[in-house]
Design a binder for this molecule. Structure first.
Ligand SMILES: Cc1cc2nc3c(=O)[nH]c(=O)nc-3n(C[C@H](O)[C@H](O)[C@H](O)COP(=O)(O)OP(=O)(O)OC[C@H]3O[C@@H](n4cnc5c(N)ncnc54)[C@H](O)[C@@H]3O)c2cc1C
Length: 310
């Protein structure tokens, strides 16, 4: 059964694609928009092939394309484009995820060679997939700050360039959501320093070393172990200390209320603008593949109910 109703999805990550699959089966005409040159979001451009083979995801996307879902790729949607999308569709889903990597606020964080891990992963994924000719090359001693999935994946990327890898994590690997993934990479000779916090990046133009303290975390507050500072010479520091939600720019001007970076939604996942819904990491903050998919499906069901009511 097809309907004449049109649905737009902004953000073709797992949440947006899950919603697209569901709404396609319900017969809606779908337009899916994404800033990247291919759909898939973090599954395709963030998580490396070694951990998540892209073939299955790309095949799923190709099926949707072949079925008539219209993908508009390489389009970063801002407020005016979004207003137009909302006006020309019966319902719109925002699923733009968490694409702003938190940057380091320690002294020296602006030195060359200090890179956010997410940017490194995405740029090198684009290069390997043939979408870009720019690759970020690493060499020498590479430090990685963080202990979550992004840090693990930064290690996997760094291992393609060097075998001198040092991980500094303020908690213990056991406490990380990615502890199983750490087990497999830690067998490969990288050095992991737990309860360790980078407090200063040293160098003149480029990073030359970092100062690291041993800490005990009291909630989110580090308690520094007196006299524990050590200096580690480094050529790169990859910063993987979290990501923040990225709704399309200036959406609040369109009547879509944002509080602390998060779109305000009701029980049906509708934002403060009628017919505009939100799902995935954009709503929850950095999460997991399964949660983002479930959230996309929940929003799709709510959109279907909304569209049926008329
Ligand atoms: C490096 C890394 C590794 C991870 N590993 C795991 C793991 O092993 N297991 C696990 O369960 N979870 C993992 N996660 C978390 C998981 O990937 C996410 O929770 C999930 O993919 C989020 O899906 P999403 O659809 O909400 O967002 P995303 O996948 O981020 O998709 C959002 C999409 O919106 C697009 N977009 C953003 N802004 C705009 C705009 N203005 N206009 C148009 N398009 C826009 C983006 O290009 C992107 O394609 C990992 C996360 C990272 C960063």
């Amino acid at each position: 059964m097809t309907t004449s109703k049109k649905v737009a999805i902004v953000g073709a990550g797992v949440a947006g694609l899950g919603a697209a699959g569901y709404l396609y089966c319900k017969g809606y005409q779908l337009d899916v928009y994404d800033a990247l040159p291919e759909a898939g979001g973090l599954l395709v451009f963030g998580i490396p092939e070694e951990r998540l083979p892209k073939k299955g995801v790309i095949e799923g996307i190709e099926e949707l394309k072949a079925a008539g879902v219209r993908f508009h790729l390489g389009m970063r949607i801002g407020a005016s484009a979004l207003e137009n999308i909302i006006a020309t569709h019966d319902a719109t889903l925002l699923a733009t995820g968490t694409w702003r990597a938190r940057s380091l606020s320690a002294p020296g964080a602006n030195l060359e060679g200090v890179i956010t891990a997410l940017d490194l992963l995405v740029d090198n994924a684009k290069y390997r997939m043939g979408f870009s000719t720019n690759v970020r090359r690493l060499y020498g001693r590479v430090g990685i700050m963080g202990g979550g999935y992004t840090a693990v994946d930064a290690v996997i990327e760094a291992m393609k360039w060097t075998d001198q890898i040092y991980v500094f994590y303020r908690r213990t690997i056991k406490e990380s959501e990615a502890h199983a993934e750490w087990e497999s990479v830690s067998k490969k000779g990288i050095k992991i320093f737990e309860r360790s916090l980078v407090t200063r990046v040293m160098g003149t133009k480029r990073v030359e070393a970092v100062e690291v303290w041993n800490v005990n975390m009291k909630g989110n507050v580090p308690e520094f172990v007196p006299g524990s500072a050590q200096i580690f010479p480094l050529d790169f520091l990859l910063v993987a200390i979290g990501e923040e939600r990225t709704p399309p720019d200036c959406v609040d001007k369109l009547g879509i209320k944002i509080e602390n970076g998060r779109p305000v939604i009701d029980d049906n996942m509708m934002t403060t603008r009628r017919s505009v819904f939100a799902a995935g990491d954009l709503v929850t903050g950095p999460s997991f593949i399964g949660n983002a998919l479930a959230s996309g499906l929940r929003a799709a069901k709510a959109m279907d109910a909304f569209l049926r009511k008329g």
